[in-house]
Design a protein around this ligand. Structure first.
Ligand SMILES: Cc1cc2nc3c(=O)[nH]c(=O)nc-3n(C[C@H](O)[C@H](O)[C@H](O)COP(=O)(O)OP(=O)(O)OC[C@H]3O[C@@H](n4cnc5c(N)ncnc54)[C@H](O)[C@@H]3O)c2cc1C
Length: 310
């Protein structure tokens, strides 16, 4: 019987582990298929306070793990396949084995939707990115033409943010108008540095042979014409979804699957089940906000157990 099981080993998971380990609860961290979480896929993190020179994403996550383990957290490569929160102790199916827990902290993160076009995966972190706030300020994008793909609020926000760095921002959208809220769309279309490319889709990212982004191949749906647009970066903003499918029907989520928690606490609608990080946050989606939520979930779980006389 575990006192605390943390599902996920990203910033949220390891921070929750640090706090619950320091409370002597010996948390078990199930790392899932991406040990260290999303940040391990990025080379340099420049916006985490305390690292004036930036820090390698993989190194950061390794350090978070070591710090939590120093106080007694335990890591397992397990992936949760199903959960039963209908009674306590809670039951988790971890790679076919049952793990029982008095409290569970869900920190399973979110996944970005990919375009699925040639060149995209090969050039990820080499000019293809899914987060302007994270990567927009990198030197490689400064004073260069950039492409944002998408037409919703996120795409508009990314495009507006990128105008600070790029020489021009091409906003490529499949339709002839933006899906974003009216005020956001108006602001974007009025911006002198943002050039919409309507009725078009990116069909290929160039150029894997040069190991960097040099442009995108575009298809115009109306004319069928194929063109090449030169750029140094492609920011894909066509949506992202939380990794919460396995908890469906177990806990309350919003219509997009982000787990809901009560106001002023990380507890879900199931007492003893807490949530932290990108799987419950579709707004900020940053390392520091995930770590902050992990801290809160760790404290909430500790207090919950203390109230139950553990
Ligand atoms: C390329 C890139 C660059 C980024 N750069 C920055 C940056 O510079 N600065 C910044 O602040 N943010 C950055 N971000 C965003 C940041 O990575 C995320 O906000 C942060 O990682 C979210 O942390 P998390 O712990 O909520 O989730 P994640 O880091 O996504 O971790 C989720 C964890 O859950 C595990 N998991 C999922 N399902 C299961 C399951 N069923 N069973 C067990 N485990 C499971 C996964 O294996 C993983 O370990 C970047 C993101 C990307 C993709």
């Amino acid at each position: 019987m575990e006192k605390v099981v943390i599902i996920g080993s990203g910033c949220a998971g390891w921070t929750a582990a640090l706090y619950t380990a320091r409370a002597d609860l010996k948390p078990l961290v199930l790392s899932g298929r991406q040990p260290g979480g999303l940040l391990t896929t990025t080379s340099i993190v420049e916006n985490l306070p305390g690292f004036p020179e930036g820090v390698d994403g993989y190194e950061l996550m390794t350090r978070m793990q070591k710090q939590a383990e120093r106080f007694g957290a335990r890591a397992s490569f397990g992936t949760v396949e199903a959960a039963d929160f209908s009674q306590r102790p809670f039951s988790l199916n971890v790679d076919g084995e049952t793990v029982q827990a008095e409290t569970v902290i869900i920190a399973t993160g979110a996944s970005h939707r990919h375009l699925g076009v040639p060149g995209e995966d090969l050039l990820e972190t080499k000019g293809v990115t899914y987060c302007a706030t994270c990567d927009g300020a990198l030197p490689v994008f400064r004073n260069q033409p950039l492409v944002v793909v998408g037409g919703g609020d996120s795409a508009c926000e990314e495009a507006t943010y990128l105008t600070r760095f790029g020489s021009v921002v091409h906003l490529v959208h499949r339709r002839d108008s933006l899906r974003a809220s009216k005020i956001m769309a108006e602001r974007v279309l009025a911006h002198p540095k943002i050039k919409p490319v309507w009725n078009s889709a990116v069909t290929e990212v160039l150029d894997p042979a040069q190991d960097k982004v040099t442009g995108v191949k575009l298809k115009d749906f109306k004319t069928g014409a194929e063109t090449i647009l030169n750029c140094a970066g492609v920011f894909i903003a066509i949506g992202h979804g939380p990794n919460t499918g396995i908890f469906k029907d177990q806990i309350k989520m919003d219509e997009n699957g982000f787990i809901l928690h009560s106001l002023g606490s990380t507890m879900t609608n199931v007492p003893g089940v807490f949530v932290a990080g990108d799987c419950s946050d579709h707004i900020y989606r940053q390392a520091i906000t995930s770590a902050g939520a992990g801290c809160a979930a760790g404290i909430d779980a500790e207090r919950f157990l203390a109230a139950q006389n553990h």
